[in-house]
Write a protein that binds this ligand. Structure first.
Ligand code: ADP
Length: 267
């Protein structure tokens, strides 16, 4: 069990640039072992924040990227057949509950609702996890905490968390950082100069203003970091921006032209 814990501990501080008081708020929620929902668009720093907090709190972190094919067994565990017969294998949620990790379910809304309900008994006073197939109920370690991420932009009436799930979490709103902070993030992440970072952020803002006018989602901080990295590799800024910022997010010729134009004006 000790070996398990060590592999989930984060040794080196993950760089995280705070925007407001989210570090204090999260810390208070963790002290109360309160489940937390991190809401915000893709690539705005949600996962990085959770990694940073796990490091700061010296807790192991187990991250699960959720998808629509995920079943409750993928989270909880299953029996496996091997040479000696059947053997139970804990899933990531069970491991986290046993070792007192922070369990981060990324994009939990992607998972089917029958999968989502397995987290319910872990998120109230019971703090238990029933392993139905094994006929066992485990009590979560006192240090266990559940964190989920949620992208409000993607939700539809067909696909959303039920209120009975939502109302088990305290929530923090995340968004792309204000211009100055986003420049700092890009500089620190990539070692690029402030002028290049500032131009990349301006292109990001142009795209974010097109959200709802042909774009579902603007250019994320993640993609701006990619752009800076390509430039650092010696790629010409115009080509780097097209590859990292524009091509991934849209196939619409008009929107591409608008964004390409913004790039050519700046670089
Ligand atoms: P998501 O919100 O999709 O979980 P991530 O946390 O993976 O996004 O962030 C994507 C990338 O953006 C990170 O790898 C990092 O380079 C950068 N990033 C975004 N916000 C921050 C921040 N506040 N501090 C440091 N890096 C950030």
């Amino acid at each position: 069990m000790t070996a398990d814990v060590a592999q989930y501990l984060i040794e080196n501080e993950p760089f995280y640039q705070a925007q407001e008081d989210e570090i204090d708020l999260y810390q208070a929620a963790y002290q109360a072992r309160m489940p937390v929902m991190i809401k915000g668009p893709t690539g705005c720093g949600k996962s990085r924040f959770v990694e940073h907090m796990a490091w700061k709190l010296k807790r192991p972190l187990i991250t699960v990227a959720c998808n629509e094919d995920m079943t409750a067994s993928d989270l909880v565990g299953r029996y496996l057949l091997d040479a000696d017969g059947t053997r139970w294998l804990d899933g990531p949620l069970t491991i986290a509950a046993r070792i007192g990790a922070i369990c981060y379910l990324d994009e939990v809304v992607e998972a089917r609702q029958d999968t989502t309900v397995v987290i319910h008994p872990l998120t109230d006073h019971r703090r238990t996890l029933p392993l139905d197939k094994k006929g066992e109920v485990i009590s979560a370690h006192p240090d266990f905490q559940l964190v989920i991420s949620y992208n409000p932009g993607y939700q539809s009436l067909m696909k959303d968390l039920k209120q009975s799930t939502k109302q088990r979490f305290a929530a923090l709103d995340f968004d792309y950082a204000p211009e100055k902070i986003e420049c700092e993030i890009i500089c620190k992440e990539t070692g690029t100069d402030a002028e290049t970072a500032s131009k990349l952020v301006k292109i990001g803002h142009t795209a974010r203003n097109l959200k709802g006018h042909g774009l579902d989602e603007g250019i994320s901080t993640r993609l701006l970091v990619y752009g800076a990295e390509l430039i650092k590799q010696g790629i010409k800024p115009r080509a780097a921006c097209r590859m990292a910022l524009v091509r991934p997010i849209t196939d619409d010729a008009d929107i591409r032209a608008t964004l390409d134009h913004a790039i050519d004006t700046l670089f």
